[in-house]
Write a protein that binds this ligand. Structure first.
Ligand code: H2U
Length: 353
């Protein structure tokens, strides 16, 4: 019998955070592609578009005028998915027809006044404003909400509705599905093994750095998780045990600015485009959880890019993925090797050097 080789042979990998499995089919990356090809995103974005509702000084469709902001600008989403007030659905005894209250706040954070910038093209000082804003939003919204989800959709392919650099914050009085599962899995891990899952995981990844670790700084480690599902999915972890984004120290935040710039530059350099992704932060829940022991949690940022083999070929999570299990076509280690080989100078700045 042939010896198992992870970069040749199909196998399953366990995601201990989500308590599920991903099918890894490394040999499939070689297959020819005649399916859908995405349009290459238009890279020419004007610095200021008088019609763009996220630009400084412009009037949004609801008549509100944006200030002449110089770094970040935060406002309540004009089309919020969740609202702080409103009637609750009636309780039901029928297990098949259950509903529950859903309240919350949705906010939009513009990162910078210039529409032609993205996080990797911004100065580290400007990225610092974004991180400080994430922290203040987490603190304010976390007082009454159980979960505050900071997330950025970048690129039309990920549903981003506006080219201006921005992210969203959705805060809810309930714990959504993903963090709810992660709360359980991390709690059970700590009870069983005595330390937080992701603290243990990072220690182990750092013992074999050449496999999945991509970048290290004084306070942060960027890696491809062993159980990654999306082709170039990655995770960013603090070295220290940190429960929430708002607990980061000055030094950790300063270091995070450069780390974000570097890792997002590497992403852009992979296919020499403004790399599409959904990213977001997961840390211990807030609201009533602020008073509870959440030491099983470890803060982490997640990056889910949809592209597979080029700027225009996307990984589809359809068919088998919808009906059976998530599946990927190359191993986490193969993705790490490709990302690790890329320069930290943005491709838009390389020719001028
Ligand atoms: P996305 O690009 O990730 O869709 O985020 C943009 C958000 O900005 C979106 O949720 C909001 C949309 O509702 N928005 C406003 O609140 N007001 C506007 O005038 C434009 C967009």
């Amino acid at each position: 019998m042939e010896k198992f080789n992870a970069s040749e042979h199909p196998h399953l990998r366990y995601n201990p955070l989500k308590d599920d499995w991903v099918v890894v089919s490394p040999h499939r990356a070689k297959r020819p592609w005649q399916g859908q090809v995405e349009k290459k995103a238009v890279e020419e974005v004007p610095r200021h578009d008088p019609k763009n509702p996220l630009c400084p000084r412009n009037t949004r469709p609801n008549g509100k005028v944006n200030p002449d902001y110089k770094n970040t600008f935060i406002f309540d989403n004009d089309f919020p998915a969740l609202m702080p007030d409103g009637p609750d659905p009636p309780k039901s005894d029928d297990p098949l027809f259950q509903a529950a209250p859903a309240h919350g706040n949705c906010r939009v954070i513009c990162f910078h006044p210039y529409s032609d910038l993205t996080l990797p093209l911004m100065e580290v000082d400007d990225i610092r404003h974004v991180i400080d804003t994430w922290q203040s939003e987490m603190i304010n919204l976390g007082k009454v909400n159980t979960w505050v989800q900071v997330f950025e959709n970048r690129g039309a392919v990920m549903g981003c509705s506006n080219p201006h650099p921005h992210c969203q914050v959705w805060a809810s009085t309930f714990l959504p599905n993903e963090p709810s599962v992660k709360d359980r899995t991390q709690r059970e891990f700590k009870e069983k093994y005595g330390l937080p899952m992701l603290v243990d995981y990072l220690n182990k990844e750092l013992q074999k750095k050449d496999e999945r670790v991509l970048l290290e700084s004084a306070h942060w480690v960027w890696l491809v998780p062993y159980w990654a599902t999306w082709p170039f999915e990655t995770m960013l972890l603090p070295r220290r045990h940190v429960l929430r984004l708002q607990d980061l120290t000055e030094d950790e935040k300063k270091d995070l600015c450069q780390m974000m710039k570097d890792l997002l530059t590497i992403y852009d350099n992979l296919f020499e485009i403004s790399f599409p992704y959904s990213m977001g932060w997961h840390g211990a829940p807030t609201g009533k959880f602020l008073e509870e022991d959440c030491s099983h949690w470890q803060l982490h940022a997640l990056f889910y890019p949809p592209l597979l083999r080029s700027a225009t070929v996307k990984k589809f999570m359809v068919g088998y993925e919808m009906l059976a299990s998530a599946q990927r076509d190359m191993t986490a280690e193969q993705a790490a090797t490709r990302l690790r080989a890329l320069p930290r100078t943005h491709y838009k700045h390389q020719s001028s050097q």
